[in-house]
Design a protein around this ligand. Structure first.
Ligand code: DHK
Length: 144
């Protein structure tokens, strides 16, 4: 059975309240429950964590080394700024999938650059909670 870690970064704990016209009405708990349930049908154990702190995300990525078969990450605004998270991701020797609820490439220019995509096998963006579902299906598939 594959173990998949889903990491969410800053402000994603506020989904449902936060700019629903951009991020949708699903809460993070809704998304995590859907992914855990889908994982059961796909034969994957899904673990979910969220932090507003860059260093905590870095530590979780480091600790995941050797213990997971794939990582799904929405680093929130750290997507566009964090070389530290990029460096931590480069420790991993498993597929990494970047996800976003919105499509940052079609928003403000400061959201167009992603450090995460430099190490991601795939990016799923712009489909709300479905971006996470697509990422999980990708990682659970034989292609990842
Ligand atoms: C989430 C955020 O918090 C933003 O900082 C990113 C991303 C976009 C999302 O769409 O999931 O720019």
């Amino acid at each position: 059975m594959k173990t998949i870690l889903i990491l969410n970064g800053p402000n994603l704990n506020m989904l449902g309240i936060r700019e629903p016209e951009i991020y949708g009405s699903d809460t993070l708990a809704d998304i995590e429950s859907a992914c855990i349930a889908l994982g059961k049908t796909l034969g994957a154990q899904v673990e979910c964590r969220q932090s507003n702190h860059e260093g905590e995300l870095v530590t979780w990525i480091q600790k995941a080394h050797g213990h997971i078969d794939g990582l799904i990450i929405n680093a929130g605004a750290y997507t566009h700024t964090s070389i530290a998270i990029l460096d931590a991701l480069r420790l991993l020797d498993v597929p990494i999938v970047e996800v976003h609820l919105s499509d940052p490439k079609t928003r403000e220019t400061f959201r167009h650059h992603s450090y995460i995509e430099l190490t991601a096998a795939r990016t799923f963006a712009g489909k709300g909670a479905q971006s996470y579902i697509d990422a999980l299906e990708f990682l659970a598939s034989a292609h990842a």
